[in-house]
Design a protein around this ligand. Structure first.
Ligand SMILES: Nc1ncnc2c1ncn2[C@@H]1O[C@H](COP(=O)(O)OP(=O)(O)O)[C@@H](O)[C@H]1O
Ligand SMILES: [Mg+2]
Length: 407
């Protein structure tokens, strides 16, 4: 089934979206979350829970999406064994789509067979509730990158209420709630945004699961699982896995990203395969690790920046990670102020703010240009300098922020 390779047994195990059937790390946390939904499903009230998974500030690749999908899968299977039908809709909302788009994606994703085209959102919601009632089916909606919704110009608080409080706004005919929500957010700021913009949802959140960056022994377990599932026996050993886990483990000064650890292993395996070798040598692992670093970042320059320059840079990197290109200084100012608020430091005045932007620009970390025609007035537009990988930069900047904030 797989092309004759010298080291890969099953390469799909190394794909970005692969979710292992069993978790060896964070299984306890995932099971806790699963049990909340599962127990609720069999209570008289039905499935009405809202839970939130959030990561540590600035960390990526730490299992947020994976755990959400794992919990959903487990819920479907365990419920099926009890004769209860649960469907799952996984929707990534990082672009801040409108409620209409989100509902369309939910319907398509969970194959609900509801007609969406052109209908008002209230009608679509009602159709979803009715369909679930008629088919006696439950639905778990995962909204990944949920923080984007809270700052999206396309989404009003009313829309979020309509969706997340659907049971109050639009009870099912038999009064049984059939829609649960699992919100996956980048970090704790999403919770404070929620408290501000949709307090009545925030107060209903039944479970908040915080995921920190991975430590090296956890990464080792994760890598070992992938190696067992995806590599030929004898093509790897613990020693090469440890080289990777020791590099990325949060306790060893790494960024704690399972994604980067898995990518490094995969890259080393690909190199071995390309050379027709039977074993992934330490030399190849070292090469893979170096190559990942190559798409690199002027770490020492960043560490020399002051707190407020770092916060501005962080806000620009956030926008890039969220998929935006240029942002206006107005938008940047807003994001910067929010970051200041989170850290409980006072935002600098506008003059100083613009000086910082000029400095970051002259260091080559960001690019600034004046907007052309089409925008009201003229404004400066800003983005991260293109060669810089945004998610990685965000991690470095974040580390520096934490250091700077301590002084
Ligand atoms: N506990 C875990 N066990 C196995 N693999 C994991 C675990 N956590 C993360 N991974 C893997 O690491 C990668 C990144 O995880 P992901 O959930 O996408 O991170 P995040 O959503 O926090 O950015 C994925 O390939 C995922 O399968
Ligand atoms: Mg994710």
């Amino acid at each position: 089934m797989y092309p004759m390779g010298s080291v890969f047994e099953d390469k799909s195990v190394f794909s970005e979206t692969y979710v292992p059937r069993e978790l060896r790390v964070r299984a306890k946390e995932a099971d806790m979350l699963f049990k909340i939904y599962f127990n609720k499903l069999f209570s008289s009230a039905g499935l009405s829970d809202i839970a939130v998974i959030y990561g540590s500030l600035g960390r990526v690749g730490i299992g947020k999406t994976t755990i959400a999908k794992y919990v959903a899968e487990k819920l479907v299977e365990a419920s099926r064994r009890e004769g209860v039908r649960v469907k799952v809709a996984y929707v990534n909302v990082y672009t801040g789509p409108s409620l209409y788009s989100i509902l369309s994606m939910i319907v398509r994703n969970a194959e609900l067979g509801v007609t969406v085209r052109g209908s008002p959102v209230i009608d679509i919601l009602k159709a979803i509730v009715d369909t679930l009632y008629i088919n006696n089916t439950y639905l778990l909606v995962i909204l990944d990158e949920f923080q984007s919704m809270l700052t999206s110009p396309k989404v009003e608080a009313d829309d979020l209420y309509a969706l997340l409080r659907v049971h109050e706004e639009m009870p099912s005919k038999d009064g049984v709630a059939r829609i649960g929500f699992l919100l996956v957010a980048s970090d704790v700021r999403a919770l404070s945004y929620m408290r501000e913009t949709i307090p009545q949802v925030e107060s209903q959140v039944s479970f908040k699961l915080h995921l920190p960056a991975y430590r090296s022994y956890e990464l080792l377990e994760i890598l070992r699982q992938r190696a067992e599932l995806g590599l030929k026996p004898g093509s790897w050993n613990d020693e090469i896995l440890e080289m990777i886990s020791e590099t990325y483990g949060e306790d060893k000064g790494g960024d704690g990203s399972a994604r980067r650890a898995i990518m490094a292993l995969r890259m080393a395996a690909e190199m071995a395969e390309a050379e027709g070798r039977q074993f992934i040598g330490a030399d190849l692992v070292r090469k893979a690790l170096a190559e990942q670093e190559a798409s690199s970042i002027p770490v020492s320059e960043i560490k020399s920046l002051g707190l407020h320059e770092l916060l501005i840079l962080r806000a620009i990197a956030d926008a890039a990670v969220e998929g935006m290109d240029y942002i206006t200084t107005g938008e940047l100012r807003r994001r910067y102020e929010l970051l200041c608020e989170t850290l409980q430091v006072k935002a600098r005045g506008y003059t100083q703010f613009h000086t910082y932007i000029r400095q970051l620009n002259s260091m080559g970390l960001i690019e600034a240009r004046i907007s052309g025609k089409g925008m009201r007035g003229r404004t400066t537009l800003i983005r991260l300098a293109p060669p810089i990988p945004a998610d990685r930069l965000r991690e470095v900047v974040n580390e520096a922020i934490m250091q700077a904030a301590r002084h």
